[in-house]
Ligand binder design. Structure first.
Ligand SMILES: Cc1cc2nc3c(=O)[nH]c(=O)nc-3n(C[C@H](O)[C@H](O)[C@H](O)COP(=O)(O)OP(=O)(O)OC[C@H]3O[C@@H](n4cnc5c(N)ncnc54)[C@H](O)[C@@H]3O)c2cc1C
Length: 202
């Protein structure tokens, strides 16, 4: 069995968000499409080290105007790293998104201020759909990302995994590579007799 059930993004709990995602106004993957936001005013929403890492990556690569919406406190060390990376920090919770003319016109903070950005990236992480493999006892990295060998085999005999549920880079070409490797191994193993075919395939 080859499991390729993928992952879903954890979405920020903001009013009007589903509409903004559908319209591509909220983005999830700067390494995939950050070049489209080059030089823009960019907000990154995400807590602590995760949000900071993404904001610093964008500030280093695509824009010098990056604000981290932290959803809470940063540690002193994180605040210092944000400053060193040139990332501005907004600690107040977000109350609303205002969408106008196909773009996010403003973000309203809980204390009544209005912030303006061109693009909003969400850095809230992924929920991996690997529960089935975990229920069978498949080894994982602690976050639910499955550990596989060079052939895409999980630690459960006969169970392979490919794509976003496997520990590593979450990209389409990587998922396709996993699947090709696993499918080839499965194909090769199917040439051997199975339990139900004691004499092997005809
Ligand atoms: C907004 C966004 C933008 C992205 N941009 C890029 C990009 O530009 N370039 C890039 O390389 N990558 C990008 N990615 C990442 C890319 O989408 C993933 O790496 C890739 O889709 C992983 O493939 P997958 O087959 O593992 O999972 P998925 O593509 O998520 O496919 C999993 C499939 O399994 C199905 N499924 C789940 N559970 C079950 C079940 N129990 N039974 C049956 N079916 C089930 C799901 O419905 C889904 O169809 C982006 C991701 C997002 C969310």
């Amino acid at each position: 069995m080859l499991l390729a059930t993928g992952a879903e993004d954890v979405e920020p709990d903001l009013p009007d968000l589903p509409d903004a995602i559908r319209r591509g106004l909220v983005r999830y993957c700067p390494i995939c499409d950050g070049y489209e936001a080059r030089g823009q005013r960019i907000a990154v929403i995400g807590p602590g080290a995760r949000g900071l890492g993404e904001a610093a990556f964008i500030a280093r690569t695509y824009s010098r105007d990056v604000t981290l919406l932290t959803l809470g406190a940063l540690t002193e060390d994180e605040a210092a790293r944000a400053a060193a990376a040139g990332v501005q920090v907004e600690r107040h919770p977000i109350a609303a998104l205002e969408i106008e003319g196909g773009r996010i016109a403003a973000i309203r903070t809980g204390d009544g201020r209005v912030l303006r950005f061109d693009t909003l990236y969400s850095a809230l992480g992924l929920r991996l759909r690997s529960e089935f493999a975990l229920s069978l006892g498949a080894k994982h990295d602690g976050t639910g990302a499955l550990l596989v060998d060079d052939h895409g085999r999980t630690s459960v005999p006969g169970l392979y995994a490919a794509g976003a549920i496997v520990r590593g880079l979450d990209q389409i070409v990587v998922a396709m590579g996993h699947a090709a490797v696993a499918a080839t191994d499965i194909h090769n193993r199917c040439a051997e007799p199975t339990e139900d075919e004691a004499d092997g395939p005809a």
